[in-house]
Design a protein around this ligand. Structure first.
Ligand SMILES: Cc1cc2nc3c(=O)[nH]c(=O)nc-3n(C[C@H](O)[C@H](O)[C@H](O)COP(=O)(O)O)c2cc1C
Length: 406
């Protein structure tokens, strides 16, 4: 059986979906499963672009044998030596003894670290080329997108850009492997953003560098190792990557994150959301940090321009789940957001002081005053402060919109 489609003449997508997977990298929830893509170029030489995850190797070999149709495999380009793309290397090497593995020096080293095997290695570096007949691959170094050994490739006959983990998404595909075959913005954008921010988001500078390098090539399609293939409207996904990698928010609106034991801080968050709505702010989101996964919250923090953190004090600290979120935002190098802080405490409120320290350790976080301090539950004084804060936030948002519109 096989699960393959021809992307463009002689370049085949060979895919496999793992819908049983709960946590990608044993860390990120994937309720809709995960797709693993690889590609086979059929020319005078046959060339496999990357491998596959352990969970789906059987499907992979069925796909490969179907497309090879009795031919041997001459090359495997290992763009990214992460095990979810390389689990089949030992079996491939055993099955095709003359197979040449084309990869960066680091990737070749990682192969022996992971699998303790010798391979027929062809070491490549930036701007090296590999001719397969009519097709020629030019290699582009993309260190830390998402590991240090990563090389990407542009194929000059077709303009195919093999982008490794960049431009990927969480979620298993259904045969409609091209972004233009699905309602991508409605059904896939959130999972593409969550994938980017969680997996590659920390390395925005490296992604920006990659986008600059790739712009020198005549790219006509993007072929990532997870998620959809782009052959139309590439501007949409390139624009998103430009925003995400430069910490530019997609939405000029407010996401409120609260951490609350008994519900009083949650109440303040909802009151603030109502006040913002009354002032004309749209698309406001409110999240309970104990309920929504940090993975999702990180993604929303990259999406929104203005973030409100509201936390109960917990053992003279920030509430645990909020602390986890803020640490994750810092670790993923989130920067350039407008931020407001709300704390709650019954005897010695400390959360604002601690949250403020965390904001100061991140780049270009602009605090919107006033900080709000609740003593156990919302009273008239707090309601007034929330009113003042809502007005301060709205005026920032609308001033920003006004400048952009000009
Ligand atoms: C385990 C625990 C530790 C707490 N530590 C503090 C504290 O250090 N300082 C303080 O003022 N309140 C502390 N509190 C009290 C809560 O912060 C306070 O009651 C707050 O109003 C709760 O807000 P909420 O209704 O949103 O949960 C603690 C509560 C719990 C359950």
């Amino acid at each position: 059986m096989y699960n393959v489609r021809e992307v463009v003449k002689d370049i085949w997508w060979m895919g496999a979906a793992d819908r049983r997977l709960e946590l990608f990298e044993n860390a990120y929830p994937v309720p809709a499963g995960m797709s693993y893509n690889n590609y086979l170029i059929m020319d005078e030489k046959t060339c496999l672009m990357d491998g596959i995850d352990d969970a789906v190797t059987r499907q992979f070999f069925e796909n490969l044998e179907h497309v090879l149709n009795g031919r041997t495999l001459d090359y495997m380009v290992v763009q990214h030596m992460e095990p979810d793309h390389c689990a089949a290397i030992p079996e491939l090497v055993a099955k095709y003894p003359d197979l040449k593995i084309v990869a960066s020096a680091k990737a070749i080293r990682f192969i022996s670290q992971f699998y303790h095997i010798d391979v027929n290695a062809v070491t490549i570096k930036e701007k090296d080329t590999l001719s397969l007949g009519k097709h020629t691959l030019t290699f582009i170094a993309a260190p830390m997108v998402h590991w240090p050994e990563v090389m990407m490739s542009v194929e000059s006959l077709t303009g195919a850009f093999f982008s490794a983990d960049a431009f990927g998404a969480f979620g298993a595909m259904s045969g409609n492997i091209f972004a233009d075959e699905v309602d991508w913005e409605k059904d896939w954008l959130d999972e593409a953003r969550r994938y980017y921010t969680n997996i590659v988001g920390k390395y925005g500078a490296q992604v920006s560098g990659l986008l600059k390098k790739v712009s020198a090539y005549d790219v006509k399609m993007i072929l990532p190792l997870h998620g959809h293939i782009w052959r139309e409207n590439l501007g949409l996904v390139l624009d998103l990557y430009t925003k995400w990698s430069s910490c530019t928010p997609e939405k000029n609106s407010v996401a409120i994150f609260y951490g609350s034991v008994y519900g009083n801080t949650a109440n303040a968050a909802d009151i603030l959301a109502v006040k913002l709505a009354d002032l004309g702010v749209r698309d406001v989101r409110v999240y309970d940090v104990s309920k929504t996964t940090t993975s999702e919250l990180l993604s929303r923090a990259f999406e929104y321009s203005t973030l409100i953190f509201a936390s109960a004090t917990y053992n003279a600290e920030i509430f645990d789940h909020m602390h986890t979120l803020l640490t994750d935002l810092k670790n993923h190098n989130l920067c350039g957001r407008k931020v407001a802080l709300i704390e709650n405490g019954s005897w010695a409120p400390m959360a604002n002081k601690k949250m403020n320290e965390m904001m100061e350790s991140m780049k270009n976080m602009e605090i919107i005053e006033p900080n709000v301090s609740i003593v156990s539950s919302v009273d008239d004084n707090v309601a007034e402060k929330l009113d003042e804060l809502a007005k301060a936030i709205a005026s920032k948002l609308f001033a920003y919109t006004f400048i952009i519109d000009k």
